[in-house]
Ligand binder design. Sequence first.
Ligand SMILES: Nc1nc2c(ncn2[C@@H]2O[C@H](COP(=O)(O)OP(=O)(O)OP(=O)(O)O)[C@@H](O)[C@H]2O)c(=O)[nH]1
Length: 390
Amino acid sequence: MASSTTEQTGIEGGDQPIPVTVVSGVLGAGKTTLVNQLLSTVEDTRIAVIVNDMGQINIDADLIERENEDTGIVDLSNGCICCRLQDDLITESLRLAEIREFDYLVVESSGISEPLPIARTFIEGTDKTEGPVEQFRLDTMVTVLDSYGFWKEFDSGASIPEPDTDPERPLAEVLIESIEFCDVLLLNKIDMVPDSEVDRIETAVRKLQPHARIERTTYGKIDPATILGTGRFDFKTARRSAGWKQQLRSHRKVAETNHGAEHKQTDDHDHPHTDAAATHGINSFVYTRTDPFDAERLAEVLHDRTDNVIRAKGLCYVAGTDDVIGMSRAGDAIQAGPIGSWGEQTPTTELVFIGTTMDEDAIADQLDAALADSGPPTDPDEIFPLRINP
Ligand SMILES: Nc1nc2c(ncn2[C@@H]2O[C@H](COP(=O)(O)OP(=O)(O)OP(=O)(O)O)[C@@H](O)[C@H]2O)c(=O)[nH]1
């Protein structure tokens, strides 16, 4: 290991706000393993760790404590940082900073936390702090991906068993959201995936998250400078970085240039297939229509999930309502429901699809068959909000 703090992590001392790295990822992805790895390899940076685990007993804090006895570890058990414990997260971070000196804060989030609200807590503060927390600076959002789980879930055709988590937050959804909101993505557990599949996984992940630095790891072994003191985090960039958002933006630009004409955009429409995507059969497209869906028929199509989709997300124009119906699909987990009204905007369906060897025409035909005809539409209030679990 390098011996100086700056060499290892690029962290300077002084009165600057304490940098923070947040480690996210689904249950069992390897977050604790990564944090332990950091604590045992970083020499000159004093790292404090806040661990948030969903169980009654904070197994992670126990594990970390046992292996690193003199480290500042705080246990935020019995809740999830992203929803109930935002105040606690900040309170504990501040308390920790008062009672001990450290150079760097690492937050290990629970396997069901959404990274975005955690980031927001540091950037905007909470009701209690009435503003941003000046003592800390969010430096890096890291996601640890269980590459084996990802491959099983989305590519091999076999579904991994759902751990005992919130039925409102299926694994696939947590997995995809943690990929979509991060600066550094660690493809962990690559030792468990056939070599021939690792490139394919990376290509799919790159499609979901074009912005992040992606590294392959086994047991979280990584140069600490990859995730500490990177200075990569920027809230605006992170919020815009999901692959589906980027694809939708580029689609809208093309549509503007074409004066709003209805058209289809596939990968090679305005940015050619990368060789990797073509080789690995990863494709994406945007489905756009200005005719409305019939609510019931749309729900039927959404229930039929035999189409190699890893991620689909966007807006649906549905007959019989002024509401925009948002649709979000991660693997086989789908939710759809009102997310606001169209207002001045021309109602238009815009759905981004990312998947493996998807048959774009077949998917478009299926969706077209759900468009409303001249008869009275089904009442959308009877259909939405809709939640389909794997
Ligand atoms: N084969 C293999 N196993 C790994 C790797 N990384 C971690 N593990 C194992 O995976 C299991 C889960 O690892 P943890 O580090 O506890 O995962 P976590 O994300 O902290 O899990 P939760 O706290 O439950 O969310 C442990 O048994 C680890 O030893 C890896 O790269 N390869």
